[in-house]
Design a protein around this ligand. Structure first.
Ligand SMILES: Cc1cc2nc3c(=O)[nH]c(=O)nc-3n(C[C@H](O)[C@H](O)[C@H](O)COP(=O)(O)OP(=O)(O)OC[C@H]3O[C@@H](n4cnc5c(N)ncnc54)[C@H](O)[C@@H]3O)c2cc1C
Length: 249
């Protein structure tokens, strides 16, 4: 089922990467979930998933998207202007949410978010709730992009650093350009070399860490392999582990 949403704000981070705020009521959802946006293109309905960047409780939704070359929907989303309408699914879905993480003795003290590109969005949604801050002693967001211009929401992320100086670490990784304080390696390579943990000031371990990974499939697969070699296993409802993933394609 679709309802009409209206674009109320847009922000262009670079010539491909953009955020849209859309006025629509999708009811309640959990931080980390995604919503489907849709259009009828050449008589065919195209629907695609987009993680919600806003926390629950807003009277709009916000998505961060990249216009994929020759993509069926994303270039059309990029072309939307304030006042334009877009079909929005009536309900959000997805299991990459904090309530799916293990509890009690399996919970771990440190929550790591590993994101590439647009996948930083669901983690921003989570960080804008009080849940992770009250549940975990430490939070690390590792945000990997190719170029400095691909870093979205940097101001907001730095504001988390300022607000939670002891509890939060932001680790940026810009693979194709030098950027002050950022790693220059892919996320899995940063784990292997130890550089990523050095920046975070924490070790990844089965005892202390919960890791949520979201973004491109290569990064997810390689990170899972590296973490598995460290003894961190996939988190399943029937068998609590330390690694929770969501692939974007
Ligand atoms: C659970 C889930 C959440 C998602 N959340 C987001 C989101 O928050 N923001 C977002 O931009 N996309 C997100 N996606 C991807 C999104 O649903 C679409 O696949 C994307 O917008 C491309 O759609 P399209 O019709 O333009 O291209 P298509 O014709 O469907 O082309 C798909 C191809 O585009 C590339 N691609 C898809 N998504 C991305 C991406 N995010 N970054 C770089 N390349 C990509 C891949 O090569 C993929 O094979 C999500 C996907 C899933 C499954």
């Amino acid at each position: 089922m679709w309802i009409e949403g209206q674009v109320i704000e847009r922000r262009d981070w670079n010539d491909k990467l953009f955020s849209l705020k859309i006025k629509v009521d999708i009811g309640d959802f959990k931080a980390g979930q995604f919503i489907k946006l849709s259009q009828v293109v050449n008589d065919k309905r195209i629907g695609r998933a987009y993680s919600l960047v806003n926390p629950p409780g807003c009277d709009y939704i916000e998505v961060l998207a990249v216009a994929v070359e020759e993509g069926l929907l994303s270039p059309n989303l990029q072309a939307l202007n304030i006042g334009d309408v877009i079909d929005v699914a009536t309900k959000a879905s997805g299991f990459m949410t904090l309530d799916e993480l293990p509890k009690d003795e399996h919970r771990g003290r440190h929550l790591w978010f590993l994101a590439t590109g647009t996948a930083v969005g669901p983690f921003i949604s989570m960080m804008n709730t009080c849940e992770p801050w009250k549940t975990y002693e430490r939070l690390v967001l590792v945000y990997g992009v190719r170029k400095v211009e691909d870093l979205a929401y940097l101001e907001q992320l730095k504001a988390f650093e300022a607000r939670y100086p002891e509890q939060f670490r932001l680790v940026l990784s810009v693979t194709r350009e030098q950027y002050h304080g950022a790693l220059m390696s892919r996320i899995p390579d940063g784990i292997i070399s130890g550089d990523l943990e050095a920046k975070a000031g924490l070790r990844l371990s089965p005892k202390d860490s919960q890791v949520m990974i979201c973004g491109n499939p290569e990064m997810i697969i390689a990170s899972q392999q590296v973490l598995s070699a460290r003894g961190l296993t996939k988190n399943l409802r029937r068998a609590p582990g330390q690694v929770t993933v969501e692939r974007y394609w």
